[in-house]
Design a protein. Sequence first.
Length: 294
Amino acid sequence: MIVPEFPRTRAELLRPDGARLVLHLHGPSNPDLVVVLAHGWQATAAIWDKTVEHFARPGTLVVRYDQRGHGHSSTGTSRPEMALLADDLAAVVAATAPGDVPVVLVGHSMGGAAVMTLAVGRPALIGDKVKAALLVSTSAGGLDLAAAAHPPRTRMIGLLRHAMAALCIRAPRTAHRLHNLWQPRLDTQPPIDVAAHWFKALMRHDVRRHLDVLRRIPVHIMVGEDDPTIPPEHSHRLLAAVPTARLHVVPRGCHRLPTRHASKVVTALEHTCADATRRTDDPPREQEVMAGQS
């Protein structure tokens, strides 16, 4: 696939298992930097609309895409795993940032898990092709509340979630009707059985012991102070695993930072791109050397 001449266009990327990924490209055909935005579970590329609208960096191509099984992208035949999403992300990078064009990876929630899985599975890309990363409202692992490490009450909640996911996979129509009695599902959400398969994949996701590779590049971590979906403790664990990263805690922020706190996400993205493109002999700016929480 060739990066198009138009400032905003839609493209498709065919994967080996038959999945078709829908990409939205914003920017020049000969960029000096490519920013790839990966969305989270049960969302679509549309969560980055405000990011694209307010992020303005000349020479940058911004690529957002629907994860397989989400939005306008098809599911394919492969078993849902974070490694599969990481392979998709690598394919998007290869298709939209040819040659030596540098890349910044941005992942929200499940998209962040894909970024980390890509870093662990393909370390040669990190520092060579991928120059920086922004991880938003995400986790490196330990999301399964049914795990033995949790207290009994928490484990019961986790087991109930797994039971609900199993129902969604085995009897999707029944599960869909039951879900709508409680809360109607949005048209933008994937089929309920597809969502359940990716829930299971997220519960299996765990790269917590393998994140040293991310120390090669500037990493920014964002989390909402009141995120109930992936609590801030996961971001603090990320910072402990990648102590060279910079943590941004959004006061009163929820899980959907790209839509509810878009300006703060754009600011963090601007800092991430500045880190990615700064020459090694450039002195870091004051606001960019602040490690830890901001």
